[in-house]
Ligand binder design. Structure first.
Ligand code: C5P
Ligand code: MG
Length: 216
């Protein structure tokens, strides 16, 4: 008991403030693909808000499973109370296990004003948002990529009807959030229409230029 108490105190002392990079862009803009590359090269821990929501939806007997499923199919943004808890728990668990793992890529968040307010309320003082990586890609290419992915993704929202709604949500709700961060000088824009390898070259330029953040 005494030992485990000291163990948790030492872990808390070692705990560093999380450093966060938000990753935004339309559906199919390349967020997840490039996050995997960034994890390999720069040692970030990657959490996709969409993946966390899909996992929560699939759990047995979860309180919010049906709600999440409906929102995803409709391309709507799930209330932040649900999403922020999933993100916070994922980050807390990571750092509890290894306090030095404090660099996070949070992909697909904040997607609207509600997401941003939820983040500010729960996380703003507990994490440093370094910048927003923005994959800029035309709606046509986004749509094409997701329809291609939909052939074997098994996702309920990689179909034309859902994609039209997701793109609408992106234009109406997410773009203004990117613009807000741009006004603070926090957006690093990437041309997302190029090939995966070409995009990663541009991504590396950004991470290498961020005062060694990538190489912490
Ligand atoms: O990012 P991804 O394409 O995986 O997101 C899929 C869906 O998950 C979104 O269209 C939305 O319904 C839901 N989502 C959300 N809030 C977020 C991220 C994703 O409601 N912050
Ligand atoms: Mg994704």
């Amino acid at each position: 008991m005494v030992i485990s108490c000291w163990g948790s105190r030492v872990r808390n002392l070692l705990r560093m403030k999380p450093v966060v990079v938000f990753v935004l862009g339309g559906p199919g803009a390349g967020k997840g693909t490039q996050c995997n590359n960034i994890v390999k090269k720069y040692g970030y821990t990657h959490f996709s808000a969409g993946d966390l929501l899909r996992a929560e939806r699939s759990k047995e007997g979860t309180q919010y499973g049906e709600l999440i499923g409906n929102y995803i199919k409709e391309g709507k943004i799930v209330p932040v109370e649900i999403t922020i808890n999933l993100l916070k728990r994922a980050m807390d668990d990571t750092m509890a296990e290894d306090p030095t793992r404090n660099k996070f890529l949070i992909d697909g968040f904040p997607r609207n004003t509600d997401n941003l307010e939820g983040w500010n309320k729960i996380m703003k003082n507990n994490a440093d948002v370094k910048f927003v990586l923005f994959f800029d890609c035309s709606n046509e290419i986004c749509m094409e990529r997701c329809l291609e992915r939909g052939k074997d993704s098994g996702r309920t929202d990689d179909n034309i009807a859902s994609l039209q709604k997701r793109i609408h949500t992106y234009m109406q709700s997410t773009k203004p959030i990117i613009e807000l961060y741009a006004k603070e000088g926090k957006v690093r824009r990437i041309e997302g229409a190029k090939s995966v390898d070409e995009v990663f070259v541009d991504v590396q330029k950004i991470f290498d230029a961020e005062n060694g953040i990538g190489n912490l």
